[in-house]
Design a protein around this ligand. Structure first.
Ligand SMILES: NC(=O)CCC(=O)C(=O)O
Length: 268
């Protein structure tokens, strides 16, 4: 299986329309890959909180339309990163979009863990409530979907594993300041779930926040298959999804889980 991660530079002086058509061209160039991945909120920038509302779009909005066309033209599965979705009643969500090679919108995932503590996403967005997996055909694999800050919550990844995920796709807008956390946590999630992890971040600086880059593909043993640098780059990796079952067979740690551990006593 071949995956291409497009670590796009979210340049604050580039109009969104220009970045959208640049991203679509980059997707078209990945014809021959099975799966192409874009980062979190790459149109507006994951830290440009004040601009979220102005750039919100419905699920059939301009980003969706451009990505659908690009997926169909390239003949690839396209995880188009996430957009600010304007949903029911005007609520905003950080929503990831997965397109089939036909261009059809195959699955959406609304980010569950919103970043910003009492600011940012928490203030302006509504949290998703559903654990989302997606079965692909050709290649015949199950993706588990999570977005950026979700990475810090291992319980979500356990649930994705229980739901059959073999490849976890994580679009992100992760800051350079916490790059050490990124490298550590993506690896931890791969080791504990025994899945491939495809983690695609952004490059450049937007809203005053330097982005980490360092998109990465990890195998179910936690080894790096391919890793980007800090700048804009397309990272391509070839790997064998059958290694998920092999790893779980050879090192069957998931079988040793003890479910229903007793609840801890209340804090003193
Ligand atoms: N966009 C995000 O979710 C940022 C997450 C982050 O900066 C962190 O977890 O650290």
């Amino acid at each position: 299986m071949r995956a291409s991660l497009i670590q796009i530079d979210v340049k604050p002086d580039e109009p969104v329309e220009s970045r959208r058509s640049r991203a679509a061209d980059l997707v078209r160039e990945q014809s021959g890959a099975d799966l192409v991945v874009l980062p979190e909120l790459w149109t507006v920038g994951a830290f440009a909180f004040e601009e979220f509302a102005a750039h919100a779009e419905p699920l059939d909005g301009p980003t969706s339309a451009a990505m659908s066309d690009a997926a169909r033209d390239a003949g690839v599965w396209l995880h188009a990163g996430s957009v600010v979705e304007r949903g029911e009643g005007g609520a905003l969500y950080n929503t990831a979009l997965l397109f089939a090679p036909s261009g059809a919108l195959h699955r959406t995932y609304r980010k569950i863990h919103r970043f910003g503590f009492d600011r940012g996403e928490v203030k302006v967005m509504t949290a998703g409530k559903e654990i989302v997996t997606a079965r692909l055909e050709s290649p015949d694999v199950t993706l588990g979907l999570a977005t950026c800050y979700d990475l810090r919550f291992p319980e979500q990844f356990r649930l994705l594993t229980d739901a059959g995920a073999e490849i976890i796709v994580l679009p992100a807008g992760w800051p350079a300041r916490r790059r050490a956390h990124w490298s550590l946590l993506v690896r931890a999630r791969a080791v504990e779930t025994q899945t491939y992890v495809l983690a695609c971040g952004t490059a450049g600086t937007h809203a005053g926040v330097e982005q980490a880059g360092y998109s990465v593909v990890l195998d179910p043993w936690g080894e790096v298959v391919a890793e980007a640098g800090a700048g804009e780059q397309v990272l391509t990796a070839d790997f064998d999804p059958a290694r998920v079952a092999e790893t779980r067979e050879q090192f069957p740690v998931l079988r040793d889980r003890v479910l229903g551990l007793p609840t801890p006593p209340p804090r003193a």
